[in-house]
Design a protein around this ligand. Sequence first.
Ligand SMILES: Cc1ncc(COP(=O)(O)O)c(C=O)c1O
Length: 387
Amino acid sequence: MSVIYLDNAATSWPKPPCVEQAMSRFLAHDAGNPGRAGHRMAIACERMLDRLRVQLSRLFDAPDPQRVIFTLNTTDAINIALKGVLRSGDHVVTTTLEHNSVSRPLQALADAGTITLTRVPATDDGFIAPADIAAAITPTTRLIACTHCSNVLGTIQPIDAIGALARDRGLLLLVDAAQSAGVLPISMRQMHIDLLAVAGHKSLLGPPGTGALLLSDRVDAAPWREGGTGGDSSHPVQPAEYPYRLEAGTPNTVGLAGWAAALEEIERIGPGNMLEHERKLAARFTDAFRGDDRVRLLGPDDPGRRTGIVVFTMESIAPQELAALLDESFGIAVRAGLHCAPYIHRQLGTFPDGAVRVSPGPYNTVRDIDLLIDAVRLIRDQSEFVS
Ligand SMILES: Cc1ncc(COP(=O)(O)O)c(C=O)c1O
């Protein structure tokens, strides 16, 4: 049975063919270890990385390509950011929408007594009110950490307003753009973002093992890991210059070559078109079940305030069971559970079982969604009959 993949919020699939081609080509010809003073393969690799830093800094209107740090994924980027900038005694304002990638490292720092933490609740329909962030700021607040888009509800957060607030109060702003990079426009300069964490492997269509942390020129981050950089080896400590200050060890060069190719595909598709396509597919599903009291659609109705993520529960069947049935009997891959975001599920009243999340990507079709709708209807009717 071929798979209908609707779990693009976890990682996008399939990848554009150019990704695989670029990775094979790179592995066959250029996969030296990047180093500024090395041989031709090392130099070719370094050039590829430099070009990718420029591509990413253009895409996100970042001030300096040298402040684009390659990471393993979004989680890695967030850890480098938090552990690099936070100091003992700092207060951090964050939100109940956060993924564990943000909330767990912050909680660990709070539990260790390094920082204090305020978690601002989202509104009932899944948005953060800038006024609530403002009210949580104290004299020791140093950082606001907020997602751009909820990975549970797809709700788009007012980062412009939160960024303006952070800038007015002299605070740093960390934005988790795991779910938005590639589908929503992001300008670090206009939105006053200081630390932008992105996944290469989600809507930016790159392979797993890719991500980046982009820094504004207001950020001074200490290295979270130290080691070789391929550059000047004579110093006993990590170099002061970015990106090498925050990059230690051999990078995922093959993955990054694939990511660079994926970014060209994104330009071809056009980020606005990707969003429109995914929203259209999401609306097809929600239209099919709106008003159906046996299928509870979560989150706001207004599609203009969300990306293409749809999340729902059914009273007659648990989310995990429903997802397993969709997989085993219909070949449809969706994600059930808490989606690594327990705080918002508590607020939605869906803790601990969570919900079922459907996340279409650029290569899904109307037919994929129609097959999902038919399958959910069948399961709904049969599970009611059984229960
Ligand atoms: C909002 C959000 N933040 C962070 C992450 C973690 O991303 P990664 O798997 O790239 O570490 C995810 C992954 O689903 C996410 O949705």
